[in-house]
Design a protein around this ligand. Structure first.
Ligand code: C2G
Length: 448
């Protein structure tokens, strides 16, 4: 019996896929079809796949050509499959010509003619609603947003607004994108959604204005520096039927999310301690980050990052939070926070004027997780145990600046009318604003 194997994503299964499967089947007596897993596709940069793996498997099954379907989940699996299933022929479309010649060591490799004029990308574009996004504020993070958004389908950058017209002009010229609006109101009128990347203190006002105008909002961290304001914005977004998301990169990091669900499943036992740190020494003290009138300082700047694993693993109902800060010209150049829960204690360190090891350690009754810096955009972590033979290392992919993951989730929430994302729950975002507020009010606060 001659065995043939072929692989694909088979998203929005179309005539091109069906022709390919038929031709592959005709090459032998038994056809094995490898369908990519969702995480494997994300890992190879396919962020816009519409059907999930179960739907794609079902679509392949319904063609009637596959005698067996397997899931492709890792790089190198093709060699393993060919040997495991004793495959005679590997077949793939001609768009891959030459790319799989390395498999010739294991079996015959055949490139079959690709069907012209049809592709999953084309079908996705046809059925895709395009969300017109406006950008408010054109600092360095907004500059990264534009190229990152090009990896997500369904988004177009319509325009930009900045209080500084010259900054907006150089932004549009350098990035060759959008149109300059001369007021925030005009920007809101011309778009479906807005990305707010302005200084912290304007977030609440701009987000509220957008939500009331029924525009979806992706707002840079920190969403607000006040718990009531954050809660009000989420309630308002719900009433107006729009998506409000805080642009928290770590919340969308694939490795971080996998670590969180593994720990929730008990791989290190009960979590007793989370330590998370992040420091970035900025020598230029004239920057916004050191300006007390613009809510500069370590906690406002990056507190949302360490608070995420703490709140995700232990919840937002802590018993007590103490803050210890080194202040300089009215801003904290270093803050250490200690959060007590009934059966756990967590701490975080943040520095703009103090350097420290930026790692994340989660300690449990059976073992601990170690994530080295930069853990907030990690592609690697380890689970460690008393018996070192049990230790495990996990590797992932983090593409580009990583903003594409949050943009993709935001757009997907908008297109699917999902008002909340499980990646950053409302109560977590509101609790983060509560911590900022406690600092502003100098409650349980000691200057060191
Ligand atoms: N195909 C085709 N004609 C088209 C479109 C796709 O013949 N118009 C073929 C592809 O060449 C491939 C198969 O259909 O052999 C599946 O295509 P995709 O779903 O796009 O999967 P792909 O990204 O090519 O993944 O490990 C996965 C493989 O590398 C292939």
């Amino acid at each position: 019996m001659k065995k043939v194997i072929t692989y694909g994503t088979y998203d929005l299964l179309h005539e091109g896929h069906i022709n390919l499967l038929r031709r592959a089947k005709e090459l032998g007596d038994y056809l094995i079809v490898g369908v990519t897993s969702d995480s494997f596709d994300r890992g190879r940069g396919k962020l816009n796949v519409c059907n999930n793996v179960l739907e794609r498997i079902e679509a392949v099954r319904r063609t009637g050509y596959a005698d067996e379907i397997v899931i492709e989940d890792y790089v190198g699996q093709k060699i393993d499959d060919i040997q495991r299933y004793d495959v005679d022929t590997f077949a793939i479309g001609s768009d891959w010509e030459g790319k799989f010649d390395y498999l010739k060591e294991y079996c015959e490799v055949v490139y079959l003619p690709r069907t012209e004029g049809i592709s999953s990308t084309m079908l996705r574009d046809e059925k895709q609603r395009i969300i017109r996004v406006g950008i408010a504020g054109c600092g360095s993070i907004a500059r990264r947003f534009v190229p990152e958004s090009s990896f997500v389908s369904g988004v177009t950058i319509t325009g930009i607004y900045d209080t500084e017209p010259s900054a907006a002009e150089s932004f549009v010229q350098n990035l060759n994108t959008g149109h300059i609006f001369d007021s925030y109101e005009a920007l809101l009128e011309g778009v479906d959604a807005v990305y707010i990347a302005t200084p912290h203190l304007s977030h609440y006002r701009l987000a509220k204005q957008a939500i009331v105008a029924r525009k979806h909002v992706l707002c840079e961290i920190p969403l607000t520096l006040n718990r009531e304001e954050a809660a009000e914005l989420y309630a308002l977004a719900e009433q107006n039927g729009v998506v409000l998301m805080e642009a928290h990169k770590t919340a969308h990091c694939p490795a971080f999310n996998h670590l969180m669900v593994m720990i929730k499943s008990g791989v290190i036992g009960e979590v007793v301690d989370v330590e998370a740190s992040l420091s970035r020494l900025l020598p230029d003290k004239t920057r916004r980050e050191f300006d007390a009138t613009q809510a500069g300082g370590s906690l406002y700047e990056s507190g949302s990052y360490p608070l995420l694993p703490i709140f995700r693993l232990l919840g937002t109902k802590y018993e007590n939070l103490n803050l210890y800060s080194r202040m300089e010209n009215g801003v904290d150049i270093f803050t250490k926070g200690v959060i007590r829960y009934p059966r756990a204690v967590c701490s975080f360190k943040l520095g703009l004027g103090v350097k420290t090891e930026g790692n994340l350690i989660i300690s449990g009754t059976k073992g601990y997780a170690y994530v080295e810096a930069p853990w907030w955009k990690t592609d690697y972590f380890e689970l460690r145990y008393e018996d070192q033979n049990q230790n495990k290392k996990f590797f992932y992919k983090w593409d580009g600046d990583g903003l594409r993951y949050e943009i993709q989730e935001w757009i997907s929430c908008i297109l699917n009318s999902r008002l909340t994302s499980s990646r950053l729950r409302r109560q977590e975002s509101i609790a983060m604003a509560g911590v900022m507020q406690q600092f502003t009010e100098r409650k349980n606060f000691i200057e060191i």
